[in-house]
Design a protein around this ligand. Structure first.
Ligand code: DAH
Length: 344
């Protein structure tokens, strides 16, 4: 009696091993037959009551083998089905179809203008240098001939680092002049683009953080005519036929000093606001480097003269792209930014 029952299980194991389901449906049939809720292995376990006691353990193990063999085979069949489906998927890809568009960002208008400025000055022999944004009082003010009691030193204008009297966020790119003069022998012809910080009320015209490009040219016999010529060349390259004016001004580090304005007009309320009703937008300060600054930085002011300038980048972006408010430049709104994709 026992031998027959054993043979039945043994046969089933052989059937499981030999099974070759070739389709998804046949795999499913396999699962239902051997592993489903009404599978044919289950009742065989019950047959154990008919097995003599000495062979009960052996019989139980054989039934288990039938079950695990079915499970292992089913797992392998499933893997095979998945691999087949993947292969079918990849066959379905049309390699000649156009790719999905990949959205690339656009350059920020500040970067566009900065690159244009660098490019214009590179063409007339200026090289680019950089300086730190966290500066010392010496480079930012003292070396630049800004006396202790100058209003620019007030806490109102300058962000000092943790109430330090020495360390601050540079308020302009002019300290780069001092750093370069200290380590370079004339002739010097550099521009220094970078970010600057001022403790100012944010408005349509000004921001607490903005960008400048500093310029410095030192050699023998450099004159105000050279300065004017250089800046007029720059203005023409940057603004084409736009009206430009140079007017006298004051800076502690230059003598004489001037400022350059570009014409915006007052025809729109935005332009009137940006130019405070004058029509002119100030874009840079400049002048002949004060001999005291040269001496502060170890350059012989009897032998050398030079000119310097510092221009605001955001202001030029407002003019070039007719942006009505400087705050747009710092809000990271993609609806604003993506309009510059074509400007490079
Ligand atoms: N540093 C000045 C400012 O931020 C701009 C400036 C004026 C820079 C005259 C210069 C200069 O190099 O010669 O307002």
């Amino acid at each position: 009696m026992s031998a027959e029952i054993f043979a039945k299980v043994q046969q089933l194991i052989e059937e499981i091993e030999a099974a070759k389901p070739a389709t998804k449906e046949e795999v499913e049939q396999f699962r239902v037959r051997f592993l489903g809720s009404k599978n044919i292995i289950k009742p065989l376990f019950g047959e154990i009551v008919k097995v003599e006691n000495t062979r009960k353990k052996e019989y139980g193990q054989l039934c288990n083998t039938a079950k695990t063999t079915a499970e292992a085979k089913f797992a392998a069949l499933q893997e095979w089905l998945e691999a087949q489906a993947d292969a079918a998927d990849s066959m379905a890809i049309d390699l000649t179809a156009p790719a999905d568009p990949f959205p690339v960002g656009s350059r920020h208008p500040v970067s566009i203008v900065m690159n244009r400025i660098v490019d214009i000055f590179a063409r007339i022999g200026f090289t680019v240098v950089e300086g730190p944004e966290v500066e010392t009082d010496w480079y930012n003010f003292t070396a630049m001939n800004t006396p202790e009691d100058h209003p620019a030193r007030d806490m109102q204008d300058t962000f000092y680092i943790q109430n330090s009297k020495t360390w601050l966020l540079r308020t302009h790119t002019s300290p780069v002049q001092a750093r370069v003069m200290e380590r370079t022998k004339p002739p010097i012809r550099i521009i220094a683009p970078g970010r600057v910080y001022r403790n100012e009320t944010i408005s349509a015209r000004s921001h607490a953080q903005f960008h400048q490009v500093e310029g410095l040219y030192i050699d023998e016999n450099v004159s105000f005519a050279d300065l004017k010529q250089t800046l007029m060349f720059f203005a023409q390259e940057m603004f084409g036929s736009a009206k430009i004016r140079l007017r006298p001004s004051f800076f502690p580090f230059t003598e004489p000093s001037a400022e350059m304005d570009v014409w915006l007009g007052t025809d729109t309320p935005e332009n009137a606001r940006l130019t405070k009703g004058t029509g002119w937008l100030e874009i840079l300060g400049c002048g002949m480097v004060d001999p005291q600054v040269l001496e502060n930085c170890g350059i012989d002011s009897k032998k050398y003269t030079g000119f310097a300038f510092g221009m605001g980048i955001e202001r030029q972006a407002l003019r070039l792209f007719s942006i009505p408010d400087i705050r747009f430049l710092f809000e990271s709104d993609v609806r604003f930014l993506k309009q510059f994709a074509a400007a490079i």
